[in-house]
Design a protein around this ligand. Structure first.
Ligand SMILES: *[C@@H]1O[C@H](CO)[C@@H](O)[C@H](O)[C@H]1NC(C)=O
Ligand SMILES: *[C@@H]1O[C@H](CO)[C@@H](O)[C@H](O)[C@H]1NC(C)=O
Ligand SMILES: *[C@@H]1O[C@H](CO)[C@@H](O)[C@H](O)[C@H]1NC(C)=O
Ligand SMILES: *[C@@H]1O[C@H](CO)[C@@H](O)[C@H](O)[C@H]1NC(C)=O
Ligand SMILES: *[C@@H]1O[C@H](CO)[C@@H](O)[C@H](O)[C@H]1NC(C)=O
Ligand SMILES: *[C@@H]1O[C@H](CO)[C@@H](O)[C@H](O)[C@H]1NC(C)=O
Ligand SMILES: CC(=O)N[C@H]1CO[C@H](CO)[C@@H](O)[C@@H]1O
Length: 400
């Protein structure tokens, strides 16, 4: 299962594509420090968690720099003005280094100037799958503490991007959860299915775990999770070529999929499928509503994007005692061609308990994938939404 070829399909494809123009030959240890490799654990003899954080930079993409506890980051090549990508591997049945790590690190550093941190939890991920799962919470706590140190250095939460593979995707979800969903981005590559399909959103990767969560599933019929877990879920196995869409498994997909992190243009067509059964070719926006006051019941708001010829609708649900609800809205024309957005507060008027007659809050939208600045456009005032009434506003997003 650990070297399952299907599970690795996406990573291999990504690496091949991204490396196709890379020149051969490695630059080693330019910064002169000692290179540290992943550990090798004995899968027969226990699996105590022994964590290593290895830093890779574009000046030495083949040389892992061990970040020591405490003040280790300050005295390293970590550049806090760059984005940071944290790679978390999954279950390692045999206790060996993941074979794809080097390729992924090179692919990222070839296309962007970032800090790449590979989390080595080979110890703790080996032996039996259930015991690897037992270590996940402790692991996520340790990674969260590591990230807190980065934040203390002045690194912004939005510049942190976690890439988690299989079980590592859920670890990434927990880490994001511990940071209140305020980290920039989580990419789950084949989030693991066993023990997670029926888990609550707190226990697994879900769209509340970061400002933008995406998941790429190539293995939903096997060890991968079958349910959508992100703002965007790509189901590659179910992907047939769509009329009018580019070839699915192509740089069209992968360039937007979080592996290649070149700066994205403002208007990006995202071709993807949101379900394995009904694939279609559309644009996506993140829509958010922030309540001015938390409520002790669930709040539902219907959002419609209207253009001259289309109307596309999604429902934002804000859980009780929370301020914010987020949702992905699929629309057939680019955001800049949307004339107005219509909001409708779906008040429940049960005869034994009348709902409040209006809510007040703020509405924001952004085309996906989010750009580096996470620029959301918000309607610039406190909206008052009366119950069950359509309220329309112009959406102030100009075409680039
Ligand atoms: C940083 O690490 C190097 C190599 O381990 C060491 O020689 C140096 O004293 C350290 N500097 C600080 C400020 O800790
Ligand atoms: C950190 O990255 C910035 C942006 O690329 C660069 O200008 C700066 O020189 C880097 N700092 C160090 C110490 O390398
Ligand atoms: C929508 O209709 C208006 C009025 O007919 C027109 O001016 C505008 O260009 C149309 N917009 C698009 C995107 O077709
Ligand atoms: C919103 O846009 C639709 C489609 O262009 C139009 O029919 C409707 O009148 C608009 N509503 C408002 C309030 O501007
Ligand atoms: C991002 O922010 C920087 C500085 O605030 C700005 O110069 C740049 O134009 C912004 N990029 C986008 C795509 O909005
Ligand atoms: C919106 O509501 C908040 C919270 O009550 C208040 O602080 C803010 O001043 C209001 N903004 C406007 C533009 O009315
Ligand atoms: C730190 C930690 O919780 N380690 C545990 C990882 O899982 C193995 C197997 O269940 C335990 O023996 C370790 O104590």
């Amino acid at each position: 299962m650990v070297e399952d070829p299907k599970r690795k399909l996406l990573i291999v494809l990504a690496v091949l594509l991204l490396l196709s123009s890379a020149q051969a030959g490695n630059r080693d240890g330019l910064s002169g420090h000692h290179c540290t490799d992943f550990q090798t654990a004995n899968f027969l003899r226990g699996s105590k968690l022994k964590l290593q954080f290895l830093l890779f930079t574009s000046s030495s993409p083949s040389c892992g720099e061990l970040i020591l506890a405490d003040d280790g980051i300050k005295n390293s090549s970590f550049n806090s003005s760059l984005e940071t990508k944290i790679i978390i591997h999954g279950f390692r049945a045999l206790g060996t280094k993941p074979s794809w790590i080097e390729g992924l690190v090179h692919a990222i550093l070839h296309t962007s100037q970032v800090n790449v941190i590979a989390v080595d939890w080979v110890y703790g991920s080996t032996g039996a799958y259930p015991s690897a799962v037992e270590n996940v919470t402790q692991l996520a706590l340790s990674i969260s503490q590591f990230i807190s140190k980065l934040l203390a250095l002045g690194v912004s939460g939005t510049s942190i991007h976690i890439i988690g593979v299989s079980l590592g995707a859920h670890v990434g979800g927990l880490v994001g959860h511990f940071h209140g969903g305020q980290l920039g981005r989580i990419t789950g590559l084949d989030p693991a299915g066993p023990k997670y399909t029926r888990a609550s959103p707190e226990e697994r990767l879900d769209s509340g775990d970061a400002l933008f969560v995406e998941a790429i599933h190539t293995d939903a019929d096997n060890f991968g999770i079958r349910i959508p877990v992100g703002h965007i879920d790509y189901f590659v196995n179910g992907g047939k070529d769509q009329p009018g869409c580019p070839q699915f498994i192509s740089a069209g997909l992968l360039e937007q999929a979080g592996v290649n992190m070149r700066k994205l243009p403002k208007e990006v067509k995202v071709y993807l499928m949101t379900s394995p059964s009904a694939p279609f070719c559309v644009h996506h926006s993140l829509v958010e509503f922030h309540l001015q006051k938390k409520r002790n019941i669930v709040t539902s708001i219907e959002i419609s994007f209207c253009s001259n010829t289309t109307k596309d609708t999604a429902k934002i649900t804000i859980p009780k005692h929370q301020e914010t609800g987020k949702r992905l809205l699929a629309h057939r024309v680019p955001l800049c061609q949307i004339n107005n957005v219509t909001l409708k507060y779906l008040a429940k008027n049960r005869f034994w308990r009348k709902d409040e007659s209006f809510i007040v809050g703020k509405f924001c939208a952004a085309p996906l994938p989010l750009d580096r600045n996470r620029t959301m456009s918000c309607l610039p005032w406190n909206l008052t939404l009366p119950g069950n009434t359509d309220i329309s506003y112009e959406l102030p997003i100009a075409c680039a």
